[in-house]
Design a protein around this ligand. Sequence first.
Ligand code: NAD
Ligand code: UDP
Length: 325
Amino acid sequence: MMRILVTGGAGFIGSHLIDRLMSAGHEVICLDNYFTGRKHNVAQWYGHPRFELIRHDITDPIRLEVDQIYHLACPASPVHYQYNPIKTAKTSFLGTVNMLGLAKRVKARLLMASTSEVYGDPHVHPQTEDYWGNVNPIGIRSCYDEGKRVAETLCFDYHRQHNLEIRVARIFNIYGPRMLENDGRVVSNFIVQALQGQPLTVYGRGEQTRSFCYVSDLVDGLIRLMNGDHLGPVNLGNPSEYTILQLAELIRDRIDPALPIEFRPLPQDDPQQRRPDISRAQAWLKWQPLVSVQDGLDRTIADFRDRQQAAATLIADRLPEGSIS
Ligand code: NAD
Ligand code: UDP
């Protein structure tokens, strides 16, 4: 049993990771400033003697005693990370410096949640870890992309300079239960739109591609990377690649095949194609995704339906009797 810190633990991926670490018997500290995280995501562990929840912003230093740090704190959806881009850059840079400083003081191993965005709009396809990327340093995605790139640099410099034990995961598009309904990411947008009987909004012509990995597969990969011998970087994602139009059709057909698809302008610097080469993860971690996109979407849609139902029940319970028919 170890004492493990998860920064961003109340977020989408962090909360699933915490579920797995708690179930494995570890002591877990969840640290979050609740920008995009929700207490509800970890409420199942409230009062558990091995669980602790700390409200803290990682741009400020913190002193804790831990064995491992999963460093996930950072908004991940373009809508959220572009809301306050300077804060996003600070979270990536200052936040990572603070967490590496903490790891150095207590000799903890730190895993950094990096991203496929370090490859930018890639000229190499599928993306291998030795590709250095094609990133616009001054665009609207740069606060996140460059933030993660410098966070990777910091990890490797702490390793070289201070012998710190680091692990770097380059995470591709992840989806699953607990994604925020309003986070603007493509899977959540399409599911929410379809459940509300609205048109699905495809940006551009929908020819751009992404590769979608179910969250439980990712969590498995993160834990293997943390506890294995390789520093990384390691791509973690599902190589099955879809155009955004194909994804829209896939989700629409599972909810209501009669719904229209509407085309909207493509955001600036939107990567044209993205698919992980996972040979390294397969060789080093003996890892590969197990959940098919079809299965994963069904589970995710069920979760969004449940949440929608729960919200509707809550509203109905609060309204005076007879005010709705
Ligand atoms: P998320 O937004 O659900 O979770 C991020 C969490 O970090 C939230 O709980 C948020 O409140 C917290 N946070 C943000 N800034 C903070 C700060 N300054 N101090 C403390 N807490 C802060 O996002 P997610 O999808 O769970 O992503 C988790 C990590 O994985 C992120 O680092 C993200 O960059 C990375 N990642 C995610 C994806 C994906 O598809 N979801 C892909 C690549 C990389
Ligand atoms: N996208 C879309 N409709 C939406 C939301 C997103 O067509 O309602 C597109 C977006 O332009 C991008 C892709 O879906 O090409 C994935 O977007 P997301 O924000 O989920 O992830 P990222 O671009 O960071 O990979």
